[in-house]
Design a binder for this molecule. Sequence first.
Ligand SMILES: [Zn+2]
Length: 104
Amino acid sequence: MDYWKECISEAFDDAGITATDEQIGIVASWAQGARENYGMAHGHDCIPNPVREENEKLKRQLEKERQKKTCPVCDGKGRITTQGPHHSGNSGCWGCGGEGRVDP
Ligand SMILES: [Zn+2]
């Protein structure tokens, strides 16, 4: 509130307007209210903010990533190693596509 009172007080001084402290307070509260409603009045709240969108997308990705569980097929290694008596194999895990983690 003091910020707005100071702003209005200086604006009045500049314009040569004399006002009481109470009058300045009333004008200041209007200016403050106008500031708070500015985004709504001009539709800024409805326009997607690309930075915010990106942030939300990353948040969702992170959340999804956090919910993933260790792949039960490869135990999180991302590869399956088979050891047989005559040959061994090493291939990408079919359970997680080599990522080592799967959606729950
Ligand atoms: Zn796997």
